[in-house]
Design a protein around this ligand. Structure first.
Ligand SMILES: [Fe+2]
Ligand SMILES: [Fe+2]
Length: 165
């Protein structure tokens, strides 16, 4: 069944939002590259790739449901941060905002009785739980580390050990 125009428009917005998140994390990776934190630079690059993969899930789904993909302009992301903690606070806020956006999509699918889209979105609901937890954990760990160089370098090492998930 062809997807409704309103839901297609909302999914197109979500594609832009995921690409925007990808760009946000790429900007963070670029900033970390200018610091001693090579582990966080790698973590952010992987996160950027993950957000692009999210965009592609929506891209493919919209095509499968015979909706037309429209691609929007992306604003330039911030590429200078004060500290790793600031970057992860921005990441956490962006993830919380994205969860709200997935909720709105879900509500739209529910109102329109689009069962397939509800099913499709359930993966994202679960994913956002993990995304928020992950960003929150980094905020907590970096807050605890404060200005302690050894602690910060240890966290950077931990971030650098991230593997594909
Ligand atoms: Fe995402
Ligand atoms: Fe995310």
């Amino acid at each position: 069944m062809k997807i409704s125009d309103s839901l297609a428009a909302a999914i197109n917005q979500q594609i832009a939002q995921e690409l925007n998140a990808s760009y946000l994390y790429l900007g963070m990776s670029a900033w970390f590259e200018t610091t001693v934190y090579s582990g966080f630079a790698k973590w952010m690059l992987m996160q950027s790739d993950e957000e692009r993969a999210h965009a592609m899930r929506f891209f493919n789904y919209l095509n499968d449901r015979v909706g037309a993909v429209t691609l929007d302009t992306l604003p330039a992301p911030k590429v200078v941060y004060d500290s790793p903690l600031e970057a992860f606070k921005v990441a956490l806020a962006a993830e919380i905002k994205n969860t709200e956006s997935i909720h709105k999509l879900y509500e739209l699918a529910e109102t329109g009785k689009d069962y397939e889209t509800k099913h499709f979105l359930s993966w994202f609901l679960q994913e956002q739980v993990e995304e928020e937890k992950s960003a929150q954990d980094w905020v907590d760990r970096l807050t605890m580390a404060g200005e302690h160089v050894n602690a910060l370098l240890q966290l950077d090492k931990d971030a650098g050990s991230r593997t594909g998930d």
